[in-house]
Design a binder for this molecule. Sequence first.
Ligand code: ADP
Length: 872
Amino acid sequence: MAKKLTPMMEQYQKVKDQYPDAFLFYRLGDFYELFNDDAVKGAQLLELTLTTRNHSAKNPIPMCGVPHRAVDSYVDILIDKGYKVAICEQMEDPKKAKGMVKRAVTRLVTPGTQMDLNGDQARNNNYLTAISEKSGLFNLAYTDLSTGELKTTTFDSVNGVLNELINLQSKEVVSAGDLPDELLTAFKKRHILLSKQEKILKQAEISYLTQDLEDDGQKYVVSLLVSYLLTTQKRSLAHMQRAIYYRANAFMKIDHYSKTNLELMTNMRSGKRQGTLSWLLDETKTAMGSRLLKQWIDRPLIDPQAIAERQDKVEELLNHYFERSNIQQELIKVYDLERLAGRVAYGSVNGRDLIQLKTSLQQVPKIKYVLETLDSPVFENLTTRLDPLSDIAGLIDQAIVEEPPIAVTDGGVIKDGYNDQLDKYRDAMNNGKQWIADLQTQERQVTGINNLKIGYNHVFGYYIEVSKVNLDKIPRDRYERKQTLVNAERFSTPELKEKEALILGAQEKSVALEYDLFVKIREQVKGQIKRLQKLAKALSELDVLQSFAVVSEDYHFVRPQMNTGHNLQIKDGRHPVVEKFMGHQEYVPNDVKMGDNTDILLITGPNMSGKSTYMRQLALTAVMAQIGCFVPASRAELPIFDQIFTRIGAADDLISGESTFMVEMMEANNALSHATDRSLILFDEIGRGTATYDGMALAQAIIEYLHEHVRAKTLFSTHYHELTSLEKTLPRLKNVHVGATEKNGELVFLHKVSAGPADKSYGIHVAKLAGMPTTLLNRADEILKGLEHQDVQLTVKKADHKDQVKEAQSQEKPAAPAVEANGQLELFQPQPSRKSTSKGQKILHQLKELNLMGMTPMEVMNQLYEWQQKLK
Ligand code: ADP
């Protein structure tokens, strides 16, 4: 038999039944209480003391509570952990309520709909996403409830969807329950909350928001998203913008592994923003600018025209320092208009918000003026989009006091002179005393009673007091007796009563009227939300562009020339973040030369010499160029890349339990199968995670495959020196190496990239740098010598197979890796002999080129001596 519940618990249970998947915060006086399972789990998550209700009963109810003033911080903790919270308020004053106090849920907070984000979070978007699938096509819609942005797109694979979700950093996904298991598993792994919304509502708001969409699937997914919002958010969605369709492939694609590797948004070690590209480029002055910058970094452009338009503006701002400083000064005074617009729609703005809005709007004409003085066609469009909303700014200026209180219900918000009636009330309040004093003088004159006085008390209100001796002088027709004292009588008059009512009511009425006026003003602002959002967008763009100009100037970036072909030439390229961190040390700039006929640079050089820095700097340069920023180089000519793939650094995917080598192969495969001849691939020491021979075999096969089938621009760093001989057979592959020299037995990194392969790998030197014991290092030297000796012998033994190898390779195009046909050892070139021949050849070449007639006999002697030393 079911337990009998108390009336309150019955009410609780009814509400709880409507929100089974949320923590229910149930208001009881000054606390929000959690009961039953919510209490047990909540007490643990929020570190609260778990108590019980009815503890004397057989089955006491678990309970815990949080003080109502601190509720937000507790809600935030639960939301951060991926839960939902329903806030159930008392809907009437408990003192006045008859029977049970009425209660209702006024707010459902979920990870994807959390607003009121402050501090750092204001500079990030919080996206709620909806996904639906139909015959293998996935439609996706997302919104940031605080800004009203609403977008939709379509993918043909789970991977595409997942990548986008990770890009958006969505914490909550809405679905109608039709998603494949693969996605559901990924949600679990990434702590993404899945919310069900089965019913599509038929509200006018939905048809309005979807009216620009053509595709039914996209209409459906947006309707699903908005239905969820309408069901859960008990407030106006007036600021939501009509859904826009975007093509995910209208932008450069960077999968999330590569985004992580390249540290575009998050530092791999600290998990923070410092040390990332987004951190380096962020000199924005507004939170909305900062958010837009991240969106741009997330989606670099591929349309040359669009890139050029951004670059033109950056160049203009870069060349006009004073105008730029002026714009910055004005932008600093611009508040978060996007989010203010959201708050206007929800009706949660107060007087201070409106003053912020006014201050922001007042900057717009100044910004416009500065842009106009630039007198440049590149800003024409942006300038016209800067609508100063002078009607709204004027209204707020007329109506709202400069420093309003936080509360909108206690008065003191509306300016004098804005409303006649309000002025009258205020007159009555403020001039009340004066009016009474005047009345006293007047009555004294009329009655001739000199000690007549007007006073006030709580019980009787205002009164005229006349001493008993003067009672015969009072005008009996006007004076009504109110109270008798020992020596005096107190009276009122109709006029005094009227004034009294006015004075006492004035306070209350003025507060009520102020609130009405405030709500009207808020409604008027609400009517202009769309204009406000457009303005916010234009200002954020300007903010990001000025930020690009600032960093481009500070760090000496140059405008890259973009081409639609395959020519890539960078002079003195740098890694902008590493360079910034190096401080006083010199960053060594490096060129990247990959003309139309070079697809692959094979990079060799000792560990720690700067190979991966060199590769990353190219990727960052490409991203910077395609978001419209200038780039860290003294000159740059770049093709427009459609995608970037990287395999840099070895971070085990611990969560999924995949080994480094497996992850490496998966990422490599992802690049091989999706890259085009317009893509950029960075492979850092591929094949390292397995045994030397099969690692090297794979590395070579991958290079050959890239060369023959993919033709993407590829930087491939390797410690397999044997691979450098591929330059002889693969015409579009070039060797480069990062230089290092030995000085007194110590390794000195030059960080300089030059043509040709590295002479040796210096592994033991690096171990020495790391402080390994000398005996160990000596032993390693011995082993190495032994191996090198063995290697020569093996190579010699196998030399008679060499012709066969060549034959096999020439028959098969694309060249199969030699290892498949001929065993592992044929991969090697005869090392020592190659080294000495190349030295000899170099000297022969220098001899041939020697300009004898231009040299003194002494110089010739010196040159001969130098060669002799080299050949020893
Ligand atoms: P590798 O990939 O060859 O092992 P890294 O690219 O990780 O080497 O570079 C090692 C370190 O060398 C970096 O942390 C950086 O401090 C420094 N470095 C790399 N490139 C340069 C450069 N061009 N100029 C100055 N220092 C550099």
